[in-house]
Design a protein around this ligand. Structure first.
Ligand SMILES: [Zn+2]
Length: 279
């Protein structure tokens, strides 16, 4: 049976950070991989570091740069087909850009879902990946990517296995420690006292370890994942991940985790292959 994986991401660079490993691993295994990127990422940082809410930020210029970066990442990850839905970035939650009628957040759900459904019919993927209902961390475009994908799945006549990306609580706890340590070190270097941000402390993006439905070993794809992240230079030139040493990066990135959201094969527990049951 020919195998196809389809993932729906919000912005250029999300494919690299949350599925860079599995995309490369699956491509190496001969699985067809289809990447849907919903927005052009107009409200990312500009290549010179200008933030989206700062004067002089040129959204269309940013989109052009990110288009090229995505092409490069897709080539590094061996993606078989890239589909850009071409919607406008909605910006962070609460920004006025949310209400732009062209913003992905404002597009009628069924309109965008019909496009994804047509693609699903055409590609017939056995496995689909997107974000959970919180868009993993609440960004409107990520929430909308979830809604559009789930609505599209209702529009088609077949039922793929669906995964949402996730980070187990235990791993999240270690990452938080690591971040805090980094911030403490930075504060010390700048001669100020380190104070953890209580708001940030309160956000819990982790998933209970026992709820993880797939843990994929992507060690063989680490170089590609790192290169794909680096391809998105305008966004992550100063990235936490890319400042890590190679060993540290390998430790942090060696596994990609998912929660099973649709389970037509009745799989049990934590699988180590996204195509478990299909091959
Ligand atoms: Zn994103």
């Amino acid at each position: 049976m020919s195998l196809t994986f389809l993932c729906v991401h919000a912005h250029p660079d999300d494919e690299a950070s949350s599925t860079g490993g599995v995309l490369r691993v699956l491509a190496d295994e001969g699985v067809r991989t289809v990447l849907v990127t919903c927005t052009n990422g107009e409200f990312g940082d500009a290549p010179d570091g200008t933030k989206p809410d700062a004067p002089g930020h040129d959204p269309d210029g940013v989109a052009t740069v990110r288009e090229r970066e995505l092409d490069e990442a897709v080539s590094v990850l061996g993606v078989s087909r890239l589909v850009r839905l071409g919607y406008r970035d909605s910006g962070m939650k609460g920004w006025p850009q949310n209400d732009d009628p062209q913003a992905f957040w404002s597009i009628p759900l069924d309109e965008a879902a019909a496009r994804v459904a047509a693609l699903l019919e055409q590609e017939r993927p056995q496995v689909v990946m997107t974000y959970n209902e919180n868009g993993f961390y609440g960004h409107p475009d990520h929430v909308q990517a979830h809604r559009v994908t789930m609505r599209a799945l209702e529009m088609v006549e077949f039922e793929p296995t669906v995964y949402f990306n996730a980070i187990p609580h235990s791993v999240m706890a270690r990452m938080r420690e690591r971040w805090a340590e980094e911030e403490r070190r930075q504060a010390e270097a700048e001669g100020r006292a380190y104070e953890p941000d209580p708001e940030e402390e309160a956000i819990d993006l982790g998933t209970p370890d026992e709820a993880i439905g797939a843990a994929i070993d992507v060690r063989s794809a680490l170089a590609a994942k790192r290169a794909a992240l680096a391809a998105h230079a305008s966004q992550i030139a100063d990235s936490f991940w890319l400042r890590m040493s190679e060993e540290e990066f390998a430790r942090a990135m060696a596994t990609e985790w998912f929660v099973r959201a649709r389970n037509p094969l009745g799989l049990d527990g934590t699988v180590t292959d996204l195509f478990a049951g299909y091959r």
